[in-house]
Design a protein around this ligand. Structure first.
Ligand SMILES: CC(C)(COP(=O)(O)OP(=O)(O)OC[C@H]1O[C@@H](n2cnc3c(N)ncnc32)[C@H](O)[C@@H]1OP(=O)(O)O)[C@@H](O)C(=O)NCCC(=O)NCCS
Length: 174
């Protein structure tokens, strides 16, 4: 099995768009109606929107490929006003979860945060997404805020918080 990590490129857009449908339905389909998920992705992660990320210097993405297949994807955004780096999306295809890809992608985000002299990576997670919440907490995630998040007709509780970059690096060295 050959694993390759790299920054996303424009040629990846169509694969990422399809990947997001698969991973979002798999992750959220148990508590958010499929129609709402599809509407949200169609509005916010259509091909045009994905392409626009490449002209935004504050947005950088990383991907993990396993034997050439897109297996993991992470989107980061540097909010200049807040002086925060956000991991806005982190998804690993179901069959490749638990292999260390998520941790490695978090390490890329931590490295990226260091280039802005930041000591933490901010991210949000839905309260109902218990496996991911536990996974982030295991990494040192600290919740700072709870806010509603709306997709189509559904509103869910959403946590916003951060993971110190040192905690990420420590776990990755294990
Ligand atoms: C959450 C997610 C990003 C984690 O990525 P991953 O590649 O599966 O995780 P990794 O393989 O890098 O991490 C494995 C480690 O985490 C630990 N782990 C896995 N699930 C855990 C959990 N629920 N709680 C605590 N630790 C957990 C494992 O024991 C392992 O640690 P070890 O090597 O010390 O034994 C991935 O599972 C995923 O994409 N889930 C669905 C999408 C999602 O919810 N994304 C987050 C949206 S906010």
């Amino acid at each position: 099995m050959r694993i390759n990590y790299r920054r996303w490129e424009l040629k990846d857009v169509e694969r990422i768009r399809r990947f997001l449908y698969d991973t979002w339905l798999d992750t959220y389909g148990g508590f958010i109606p499929h129609g709402d998920i599809k509407q949200y992705l169609g509005d916010n992660y259509n091909e045009y929107a994905l392409r626009s990320f490449f002209t935004d210097q504050n947005t950088v993405g990383f991907i993990a490929e396993v034997d050439g297949e897109l297996a993991g994807y992470e989107k980061t955004f540097f909010d200049r006003k807040e002086d925060r780096l956000y991991v806005q999306q982190l998804y690993i295809l179901h069959q490749y979860q638990g292999m260390g890809l998520g941790r490695q992608l978090m390490a890329f985000a931590a490295d990226h945060a260091l280039t802005y002299n930041l000591d933490r990576v901010w991210l949000s997670v839905m309260a109902n997404n218990t496996p991911a919440l536990l996974w982030y907490q295991n990494m040192g995630y600290q919740i700072k805020e709870k806010t509603p998040f709306t997709l189509g007709k559904t509103t869910v509780e959403h946590y916003i918080g951060y993971v110190p970059v040192n905690d990420i690096f420590q776990l990755c060295e294990k």
